[in-house]
Design a protein. Structure first.
Length: 266
């Protein structure tokens, strides 16, 4: 299994599939990289990079407090280790916070930003309540219960539920708690004007409490594109993967074409 050593206490599990424009996928809490299993289809047209963040999936937990800022730095070291200078960042839910922080810290390494169910800070009641329920589970050591919750909501079929659960249940309780806690306090709203790369926000039409989070992006980063998937819930990457992949594919096409053109000139 491929691992990237981040420091003496932390090694991150990763998978790379395909060639071309690198796209790295960042998962939420109490999950692993396989929540993006249906995005492997994008490897026909780009280099897809999937990994487990610290304390999740097959990665070790490390000895540092897990913060959004620290996760962005871990991602930089992962990309350094596998020889990727610049990548598209695709973050789902809490993973979108890591993607934003990476783009803010390392704009020269960020080709574009894709956020599924994205937000610059979480401050609406229902989404915050759901997040805090999972946080309570892991706080009291009920990682398996949280993993079952995540697997149940993200499944497309029974096989999906089983696979997602098997990786999610390996999450470390303390690191999961820290990931959630750091995300609940994260707020990049005042920094969004610094994001000058292409930005794509994807929401399910049914996750209405999340729709308002597009507004600060559109105001402060006017290049932001917003797309809604009809009848989609928050769990778009697995449960609306055909539509999700088509939207991502269309967004990446100009970037891919430009990369190929530059390679041809070289």
């Amino acid at each position: 299994m491929p691992y990237a050593k981040i420091d003496d206490s932390l090694s991150l599990y990763y998978q790379i599939k395909g060639d071309g424009l690198p796209v790295v996928f960042i998962h939420p809490f109490v999950m692993g990289h396989n929540v993006f299993k249906y995005q492997e289809a994008l490897s026909d047209r780009c280099k897809t990079i999937f990994y487990d963040i610290a304390g999740h999936g097959r990665s070790s937990k490390g000895n540092k407090y897990l913060s959004i800022e620290g996760l962005a730095d871990d991602l930089k070291m992962l990309l350094d280790g596998i020889g990727i200078h610049k990548a598209v960042l695709c973050g789902y839910s809490h993973g979108g916070l890591v993607a934003q922080e990476f783009a803010l810290r390392y704009p020269e390494r960020s080709a574009a930003l894709i956020l599924s169910g994205g937000f610059s800070k979480i401050d609406t009641f229902i989404p915050k309540l759901v997040i805090k329920l999972v946080q309570l589970m892991v706080k009291f050591g009920q990682v398996s219960l949280a993993a079952k919750w995540q697997a149940k909501f993200h499944k497309l079929d029974y096989e999906d539920e089983k696979e997602i659960f098997e990786l999610a249940r390996r999450s470390d309780a303390q690191r999961s708690y820290e990931y959630i806690q750091s995300g609940l306090h994260y707020d990049s709203t005042s920094q969004l004007h610094k994001l000058d790369m292409p930005i794509l926000l994807i929401y399910g039409s049914l996750e209405k409490p999340m729709h308002r989070y597009r507004i600060p992006f559109q105001k402060k980063a006017p290049q932001t594109q917003v797309v809604y998937i009809k009848s989609g819930t928050h769990q778009l990457p697995p449960r609306s993967h055909y539509e999700f992949n088509a939207i991502v594919d269309a967004f990446l096409k100009p970037l891919n074409d430009n990369k190929e053109k530059q390679a041809g000139l070289g």
